[in-house]
Ligand binder design. Structure first.
Ligand code: URA
Length: 233
């Protein structure tokens, strides 16, 4: 990984300030000062020092939060509104959210300091499935359901196929494997419906389960292993 990323993962500096720290000549790798933030280091092998102090790679951490409505998915909200980071203890403030949920959307939000893990969940090429429970302002007509499942045009591009399971009157579950911004609300708005409640239940192999709203927990080893496998679904 880039030396800059190694330093920020280790908690020495933020991603932004790590570049300046390196250029100032305070960082050495295997006994030689390195001035380039892009210098490649191997976290388990290379010996990185900052001001003559050995820097060890930080443990990789994976957690899930059951996000309540009314909190912003960001590290810092420019309008000083409540952020998801405020629901985590201070010693987890270096983690990054894996993708984002709208302010009013609730449910499963993963966090990690493992860039590869985050990429696997968020990069379109991995096609990770996501299931959401939602409520509409009225009952979904059969023909609209069929059209949505096949794919509709959204901002000039067709959505990929998805599956919809009707749960009760206006409630349903939808499974998509794309992650376009505000995709679910836009898909239903385009079809003439308003989403009145939205909650993410699953991302890949990771299910929200019975975690209470506003609470977080570490992922199990199995959840991490399955998520990192090549068959993310
Ligand atoms: N789709 C949306 O419209 N909003 C979300 O928060 C997540 C998916």
């Amino acid at each position: 990984m880039r030396l800059q990323v190694f330093l920020s993962n280790s908690g020495i500096a933020s991603r932004r300030s790590a570049g300046a720290t390196i250029r100032s000549g305070k960082v050495s790798v295997n006994g030689r000062v390195v001035l380039s933030p892009a210098f490649q280091v191997c976290a388990g092998k290379d010996r990185v020092f900052f001001n003559s102090r050995r820097i060890l790679p930080r443990k990789k951490i994976y957690i899930m939060l059951n996000k309540p409505g009314g909190v912003t998915t960001t590290k810092k909200d420019p309008f000083a509104r409540k952020t998801v980071m405020e629901l985590l203890p201070d010693n987890l403030s270096h983690l990054n959210p894996v993708g984002r949920l709208d302010r009013d959307t609730r449910g499963l939000l993963l966090f990690s300091n493992d860039g590869e893990f985050i990429n696997r969940f968020t990069h379109p090429s991995f096609n990770v499935e996501k299931t959401y429970a939602l409520r509409l302002d009225r009952r979904l007509a059969h023909r609209d359901r069929r059209a949505l499942e096949k794919g509709i045009y959204l901002e000039g591009r067709a959505t990929a196929g998805c599956s919809i399971v009707i749960k009760e009157k206006n409630g349903l579950e939808i499974t998509i494997h794309e992650g376009r911004k505000r995709q679910i609300k836009k898909m239903f708005a385009k079809s003439g419906y308003r989403v009145t409640e939205l909650k993410r239940l699953r991302q890949g192999h990771v299910h929200l389960g019975a975690l209470p709203e506003g609470k977080w927990r570490f992922l199990t080893k199995k959840e991490i292993d399955d998520a990192a496998g090549s068959d993310i679904k």
